[in-house]
Design a protein around this ligand. Structure first.
Ligand code: ADP
Ligand code: ADP
Length: 226
């Protein structure tokens, strides 16, 4: 089964910038896949196209077989996104943050409550559940973003630069959490500009540069090539 299948994806912005120049990519179910590339390579654009935030100029995107371009409804249910900009409402409590997100996916009240309790526990946030998010530390905020992305039980989780700008200690902590998410069966696509992060976490890596995939393989395969 393919979690993600991208075919000949092109994205040209109205400014004329060709952010993606014919990208094809397949991610098998269960993988921890890394998209590695420098700033401006096109990583965010690829994620925005995959999550319905940007319209591709041409090409196809399927998530577990569901079209993610023309009819995003089904694909959307399968995808969880932990965006790069943390994007949380500082005046909601942690529980409210997760509950609000559940609303988008039409989860039933009883199911929501169980899921919220389960996620707060999994991400060591239970003690903070009734606090407003503005009181959280940076690490707690990032854990909350992971919990929010998983709220509707997506089969495919997208992590956009999950450790950009965090210190080494917090990076290790976040690695521990995302590895566990993958071990429990969720397919992951992670973007990063840290080689070490991709090597540590990912079982397959694609290098993207200037809107094109320039290499793809396991970490040892890529080490042999470069
Ligand atoms: P990355 O995430 O790898 O840093 P991006 O996808 O953000 O790369 O950017 C790829 C290219 O597209 C860059 O040249 C960037 O400046 C450009 N770009 C990104 N978003 C927009 C936009 N909304 N309008 C015009 N150009 C954009
Ligand atoms: P990210 O950090 O997620 O890669 P960027 O820093 O590339 O995002 O972009 C931040 C915002 O600015 C986004 O909304 C993006 O669409 C927009 N943007 C990025 N590059 C350009 C550009 N060259 N022209 C216009 N808008 C851009």
């Amino acid at each position: 089964t393919l979690a993600l299948q991208i075919t000949d994806l092109v994205k040209q912005y109205p400014t004329g910038t060709q952010a993606l120049r014919g990208v094809s990519l397949e991610i098998e179910e269960g993988r921890f896949f890394g998209l590695l590339g420098p700033n401006g390579a096109g990583k965010s654009t690829l994620i925005h196209c995959t999550t319905g935030l940007a319209a591709p100029t041409s090409g196809a995107i399927r998530v577990f077989g569901h079209d993610a371009v023309e009819h995003y409804t089904e694909a959307r249910k399968a995808v969880g996104l932990a965006p790069q900009d943390l994007n949380i409402d500082h005046f909601l409590t942690l529980e409210e943050t997760l509950d609000f997100h559940a609303g988008y996916f039409g989860m039933r009240k009883r199911d929501r409550q169980e899921r919220i309790a389960e996620l707060l526990d999994a991400f060591s946030l239970t003690a903070k559940r009734n606090d407003r998010t503005r009181t959280l530390s940076g690490g707690m905020k990032r854990r909350l973003i992971l919990a929010r992305a998983l709220m509707h039980r997506p089969r495919f989780l997208i992590l956009d630069e999950p450790t950009a700008g965090v210190d080494v200690e917090l990076r290790l902590e976040l690695w521990h959490y995302v590895q566990r998410i993958n071990a429990e069966g969720t397919t992951i696509l992670l973007t990063t500009h840290y080689l070490e992060e991709a090597e540590q976490l990912c079982d397959r890596i694609a290098f993207i540069n200037d809107g094109q995939i320039v290499a793809e393989g396991t970490s040892p395969e890529l080490a042999e090539k470069f």
